[in-house]
Design a protein around this ligand. Structure first.
Ligand code: ZN
Length: 336
């Protein structure tokens, strides 16, 4: 074997170190909040959780933009979306002024990123372009004119024009996710099935479903006010040059404590911002039978002192940890 020339070797090493030198500057994230459909969605509690979950990766710096409440003056709310690589929406409002809508549409068309968390897909029922971005949504007046129902049947995504209102869910109980696109960067390395901590399982969402890829579904059990379909829980769309990651999970801090939620949020936000995912899947990721959650996150809800799984699960409905297995069943809430 030829001896390596130390000068050349040094030069090569310098070149390598130069290549890896620009320690990727952090991804700039805007969390959007300020409104929800009702007191059951505590956006003020959710935003600090989303912020912590993103920042702890070391990949993101996070600013929060809080919109005025419904009916308040929006004339001074003009966030500069273009300063951010991704907007994470913890926001559910009926409508926006036209200039604000146009500004966000332009940001997305130019290659912006959007992450829609849980009831962010309730927002803006009548805003056509927003509904193209999120692919599907529920409530806020959505019905058959908003688009088809979308779900998995016989291993394929199907659309269904059956009329009816969009958006339903049953009691919050743990449920199993099934991967539908294992090769997508967000999903690579995740188990093909895994348990999500107690949460609402949205069903009967409707929308245009354009440029949409469903990454994971969950079975919506008719025994728990479900549709009987494998409903989209994680999906991506493209909008112009922009990328959207949509997670239907995340009703409350309990749900946001699920390691599966956290990891898919972190990976989905990176992908929406850059088109790539550089993060490893942690060993604590849930498996097909057992939920896995973070008590430090769960404790960001002041009610955590009463137990993680208070929820509205029935006795023995599952879940792990300091739950209240003896808690009586509660009828489905009117909440979204
Ligand atoms: Zn909810």
């Amino acid at each position: 074997m030829k001896k390596l020339n130390p000068v050349l070797l040094g030069a090569a090493m310098l070149a390598l170190s130069t290549l890896s030198a620009p320690a990727a500057s952090p991804i700039k994230v805007m969390i959007l909040d300020g409104e929800s459909g009702g007191a059951y969605h505590k956006w003020q509690l959710i935003t600090p959780v989303l912020k912590k979950e993103l920042e702890e990766t070391g990949l993101f710096t996070v600013d929060v933009a809080t919109a005025p409440k419904a009916g308040e003056d929006f004339s001074n709310f003009k966030p500069d979306f273009s300063k951010y690589q991704v907007v994470v929406s913890n926001y559910d409002a009926a409508n926006w002024p036209d200039d604000l809508k146009a500004s966000f549409e332009q940001y997305m068309k130019n290659g912006g990123g959007l992450v829609s968390v849980h009831a962010a897909d309730n927002s803006f029922g009548q805003w056509t372009e927003y509904n193209k971005m999120i692919g599907i949504g529920g409530w806020r007046g959505r019905e058959e004119k908003s688009g088809a129902l979308w779900y998995f049947k016989d291993g394929k995504l199907v659309s269904d024009d059956t009329p009816g209102r969009a958006g339903k869910h049953g009691r919050r109980i743990p449920y199993q996710l099934t991967t539908r696109d294992a090769n997508h960067p967000i999903m690579k390395g995740l188990p093909s099935q895994w348990m999500h901590q107690g949460d609402e399982l949205y069903n009967s969402l409707r929308g245009p479903g354009e440029h949409m890829t469903v990454l994971a579904t969950a079975f919506s059990d008719p025994a728990n006010a479900g549709s009987g379909h494998d409903e989209p829980m994680l999906l991506v769309t493209s909008y112009g040059k922009g990328r959207v990651f949509h997670t239907a999970m995340g009703h409350d801090v309990n749900a946001l404590a699920c390691v599966g939620f956290i990891v898919t949020l972190q990976r989905g936000a990176e992908w929406a911002a850059t088109g790539k995912v550089t993060q490893k899947v942690p060993a604590s990721f849930p498996n097909a039978n057992t939920v896995s959650y973070r008590t430090d996150i769960a404790a960001m809800d002041p009610l955590y002192k009463n137990g993680l799984n208070g929820l509205d699960s029935q006795p023995g409905a599952g879940g792990r940890g300091p739950g209240r297995p003896g808690a009586p069943p509660v009828p489905p809430p009117p909440a979204k």
